[in-house]
Design a protein around this ligand. Structure first.
Ligand code: FES
Length: 136
């Protein structure tokens, strides 16, 4: 046995540096995860069972109405009135009415039922997967 087994002191300080870099990397990873919490297109909007056949349902936050003209066939339209852009929420059976000037639209095909609006509602893309309806 000799006294030549003295270790260099650089070992512990190198470990400290590695730990600090590791913590920084973790912080970056958490930030990246947080940014994915925002609502995005493609997220589920409704269940197919929420949409009555021959009628529809308004989703005010998304400004969209989803309808089911015939069994298993789903359509979606913007709920922004084509007259002067009022958002509409008043849906009775298949008719969406505008509170601003009284226009009425069919949610089955987006067509104008009553003026002053003259243009049909803008169609929205949706995808149906199993019993889930999502904005495309
Ligand atoms: S904005 Fe809807 S009827 Fe005028």
């Amino acid at each position: 046995m000799t006294s030549e087994s003295v270790q260099p002191v650089s070992g512990p300080s190198r470990r400290t540096v590695v730990a600090a870099v590791g913590a920084a990397g973790l912080s970056v990873a958490l930030t990246a995860c947080g940014s994915q919490d925002e609502p995005s297109t493609g997220s589920a909007l409704a269940k197919t069972s929420d949409i009555p056949e021959g009628g529809g349902k308004v989703f005010s936050d998304e400004k969209v109405v989803v309808s089911q003209p015939t069994a298993g066939d789903y359509k979606a339209f913007s709920t922004i009135c084509t007259h002067q852009n009022c958002p509409m929420t008043d849906l009775k059976e298949d008719t969406l009415s505008c509170a601003c000037h009284g226009s009425q639209f069919s949610v089955l095909d987006g067509s104008v039922k009553k003026g002053p609006a003259t243009q049909a509602l803008a169609a929205k893309e949706i995808s149906v997967s199993g019993d889930s309806i999502a904005l495309a």
